[in-house]
Design a protein around this ligand. Structure first.
Ligand code: ATP
Length: 443
């Protein structure tokens, strides 16, 4: 597939290269391809850091985290900072460019790299987009919060004079265009380190204690270590080229953090600007359409129930109707919060609405208010003589054991202390979505 039209005249020069859908569950990682493209285009400078943009986590054809990449090449000027090392050579990112890169060279080299590294025989459907201007920001918002059709994307690419190349259906053009369209409102950074090719597929050598220390000593980083289970969350479980990735808010602190991890020697590393941990995927509205993620207010409508496998289901009422929310087994101790909720509790909940069964997969919640929970401690005293009473069962009411008179008083109850308090709750590090804003970033 190839979509081409003449480039627009642009106020500020740029040569944007975006790509997606190159990997498979078995191998590769689209971020690794970024290092190969940077290497292959080393005659040019990177303008701004590479961008790793996560899109709607509900798209059914994602491999893992629905991430797409966008790079900008040119001749750099102004301030520059080191943002990576590839094969022992430093990689710099410049604030501005005085000349953009040659479009034909960038297209030819990027196409060769995508062809070389994409796992098309394992189901990848790669897309590459080259453009001197960005698609409209709406394209990003639609792709991070909803579902997009290829036609609307190609129409926008034609409008801005972008070139799109696809392989095996080229579905990746959608993600690539959305990554290019991203204008950060909120942003984070990730340093990803890559393994030497001869080690791909072998167990990763990473010292967990150093990951724990990094997590403790660098508070601007997040999602590093699951302290409760003693497990690191920075390395993937697949045989891909990634050694580990550390995420954070402050690019300088992030470098110190990532370099403090003791591990096998990486072949390369690169810092990405990202929408990870921003909640950009959440629509602030009661859930209606499946395949989207929502941030909404609701009231607990009944007690939770636990299914075989440990998944916990909680019925709630929203302004758009009744809904079952789910805290799945991998969310571990987060399920205890859900189990502790009682009918009438007021919540702000966040998560993805699934089609079948129609359930909202909880990814975070705020307990706004709790109802008073009471339990029966004894039958009422007789209102006539003060004696003890006996329940009349289904007939209702109580009869005094002393004077024999009947009464309809309620039983005597006591307040049961609630096991949770108002506040925010989230699943443990290992069960979080890439886009979910960790509570530590919100405070
Ligand atoms: P990884 O994170 O390991 O790179 P992945 O999870 O990103 O893999 P991909 O192989 O990139 O998975 O597959 C995602 C596919 O979904 C891409 O082809 C992308 O273009 C497409 N896509 C992404 N967001 C949307 C959307 N909102 N609507 C339609 N298609 C989308």
């Amino acid at each position: 597939m190839k979509v081409t039209s003449s480039p627009n005249t642009l106020a500020s020069p740029s040569m944007l290269v975006a790509f997606d859908d190159t990997d498979s569950l078995e191998s590769m990682c689209t971020t690794f391809l970024a290092t190969e493209i940077v290497k292959a285009l080393q005659n040019y400078d990177l303008i701004g850091p590479p961008r790793l943009v996560r899109l709607n986590p509900a798209v059914p054809w994602k491999t893992r985290g629905n991430g797409a990449l966008c790079l900008n090449f040119g001749m750099g000027k102004g301030a520059c900072r080191m943002i990576g090392e590839i094969d022992d050579l430093p990689v710099y990112s410049y604030d501005r460019m005085y000349e953009d890169a040659d479009r034909r060279t960038v297209t030819r080299v990027s196409m060769a790299m995508v062809s070389k590294w994409s796992r098309t025989s394992e189901g990848a459907s790669p897309g590459l987009v080259i453009s001197q201007g960005k698609p409209s920001p709406g394209l990003y918002w639609k792709a991070v919060r909803g579902m997009m059709h290829m036609e609307e994307v190609t129409k926008e690419l034609e409008r801005i004079g972008a070139e799109a190349i696809g392989w095996e259906g080229g579905r990746g053009i959608i993600g690539a265009s959305a990554a290019m369209a991203w204008r950060p409102k909120d942003r984070t950074y990730e340093i990803i380190t890559y393994r030497r090719p001869e080690r791909w597929g072998t167990p990763r050598e990473i010292d967990d204690t150093s990951v724990q220390e990094m997590d403790r000593d660098h508070p601007s980083t997040f999602n590093n270590f699951d302290h409760r289970r003693g497990r690191r969350a920075i390395s993937p479980h697949t045989p891909c080229p990634v050694l580990f990735g550390v995420r954070g808010d402050d690019p300088v602190a992030l470098m110190h953090a990532a370099f403090s991890v003791r591990s096998e020697r990486p072949a390369s590393w690169l810092m990405f600007l990202s929408n990870q941990g921003t909640d950009d995927h959440l629509v602030r509205a009661p859930p209606t359409l499946p395949g989207r993620s929502y941030d909404f207010d609701c009231t607990v409508a009944g007690l939770s129930r636990t299914l075989v496998g440990g998944h916990v289901i909680l019925p709630v009422t929203t302004s758009a109707g009744d809904l079952d929310c789910a805290a799945y087994e991998p969310s571990k101790e987060f399920r205890e919060v859900v189990k502790a909720l009682r009918p009438g509790d007021r919540l702000r909940a966040m998560g993805e609405l699934r089609e079948e069964p129609r359930t909202l997969n909880l990814e975070k919640l705020q307990v706004i208010s709790l109802v008073e929970e009471r339990r029966k401690v004894s039958n009422p005293r007789c209102p006539y003589c003060g004696g003890g009473t006996k329940s009349l069962g289904a007939a209702g009411g109580y009869r005094c054991k002393k004077c024999g008179r009947r009464n309809d008083l309620p039983p005597r109850t006591a307040v049961v202390p609630r096991e949770i308090s108002p506040g925010w709750y989230e699943p443990p590090v290992c069960a979080r979505r890439h886009l979910s804003k960790p509570l530590k970033r919100s405070s």
